[in-house]
Design a protein around this ligand. Structure first.
Ligand code: ADP
Ligand code: GN1
Ligand code: MG
Length: 369
């Protein structure tokens, strides 16, 4: 496992402007990158939870830049939501550190941040119904829409994050290096990746031709990065803002297809369960066009399905490269975890590829409505 360390959560929590007495803290959520904890305080007789996160600085090399982005983004969203009911359930709210900064750096060099805990809402690792797809896509589209007029350009917190060609080059290097001696365990996956190398250029070609514009995008729109209200099922808050930076709308929509159309977990070992379900895709398109349809251009709309194929392939080659490197990037919890993850992604990417024409035809009919 990448990090099984125990931290003194009470001491870290004491570095933030939190009232009351520390009661308890423990790991929370199922993210692959940061260390996330829920910490609970007694505030004059009421139990209040916060989210405390240690930014993974092996991956985010400049955590201060990450926090500058998040502060700008949440302030921009906050200004637009001012006065609306339950505003603090719809936008992440940073709790400042005691020195007034939006983060705290401990003696060991870790960067921590603290958010208000959004209660009565849930994130889902596996989708449980088509309405969730519609609501999630609506939320991510609205998020992009609210950031269309964000002044200035955000820091690129991970350069070339969705540059699929660079991701492919990294895979080729990982195959050549075979640092963990695992290439023999994943020959069919390596062959699949090499055979589909052309996919790495598909979105970049659209961008190079000037057909799809750079936008402020989330870049990590997996289903479990949006909170859905427990009572109404509505998408209430987009979370995990570390990668909000310049990107393509198709990256965001593509990752929704990757994570919200298949009934299988990302690490499912029974690949027969992995499939792109058309009704879920339809709900994603409807939800997304309802909030993003007004600002997307025609090429973006025409390539929504392609985004899914490319982002799923990209994620697969990232898991494969990390498997080959010896699990240095994504947290792993079982043997060959990254290889299992890679297999689901390649199965799904192939399924999307086979259904691409039908998906494109569906988008055309939905776009006209
Ligand atoms: P990672 O980058 O590791 O994926 P996230 O920021 O997505 O970290 O957080 C991990 C999980 O913690 C989320 O999937 C969600 O369930 C939960 N979470 C994060 N922020 C909040 C919040 N403000 N309120 C409630 N739950 C949260
Ligand atoms: C990571 O942080 P998390 O778990 O939401 C990764 C995404 C991948 C995803 C695959 C910063 O997302 O890019 O698509 O895992 N985040 C980063 O599940 O690399
Ligand atoms: Mg997350």
């Amino acid at each position: 496992m990448a990090d099984a360390k125990a931290y003194d959560l009470k001491a870290v929590g004491a570095s933030f402007c939190i009232y009351g007495d520390f009661l308890a803290g423990g790991r929370y959520g199922s993210g692959h990158i940061n260390d996330t904890f829920a910490i609970t305080y007694d505030q004059a007789g009421t139990k209040i939870r916060y989210i405390l996160q240690r930014i993974n600085h092996n991956i985010f090399k400049n955590p201060v830049a990450v926090m500058e982005n998040i502060q700008r983004v949440t302030a921009h969203l906050g200004a637009k939501m001012a006065g609306k009911p339950e505003g603090s359930r719809h936008i992440l709210t940073l709790v400042p550190a005691r020195d007034g900064r939006p983060y705290f750096q401990d003696a060991a060099g870790n960067t921590w941040r603290c958010y208000l805990f959004i209660e009565k809402a849930t994130t889902y690792d596996i989708i449980t119904g088509v309405e969730q797809a519609r609501k999630a896509a609506g939320s991510f589209g609205a998020f992009q829409g609210l950031l269309v007029d964000l002044p200035g350009r955000l820091h690129e917190t991970i350069p070339n994050f969705h540059n699929t060609e660079s991701r492919f080059e990294a895979l080729e290097k990982a195959i050549a290096a075979d640092a963990a001696g695992r290439a023999k365990l994943c020959q069919p996956e390596i062959e699949f990746a090499l055979k589909h190398k052309h996919l790495a250029s598909a979105l970049l070609d659209l961008q190079r031709k000037g057909l799809v514009p750079e936008r402020v995008t989330h870049n990590d729109t997996k289903l479990n990065n949006v909170m859905l209200d427990d009572a109404t099922g509505e998408g209430i808050c987009v979370i995990d803002l570390d990668t909000v930076m310049p990107g393509l709308a198709l990256h965001d929509f593509g990752d929704m297809i990757r994570t919200a159309t298949s009934p299988a977990a990302e690490d499912e070992q029974d690949l027969s369960k992995v499939t792109m379900r058309m009704p879920y895709f339809e709900a994603l398109v409807q939800g997304y066009l309802s909030t993003a349809g007004s600002f997307l251009n025609q090429t973006e709309k025409d390539n929504l399905a392609l985004g899914g194929q490319i982002l799923t392939f990209e994620c697969g080659i990232r898991f494969l490269a990390d498997f080959l490197a010896g699990d240095v990037y994504f947290k792993v919890h079982k043997e060959n975890h990254n290889l299992h993850r890679c297999r689901t992604q390649f199965k799904l990417a192939a399924d999307i590829g086979a259904k691409l024409d039908a998906m494109n035809a569906l988008v055309k009919t939905l776009d006209k409505k």
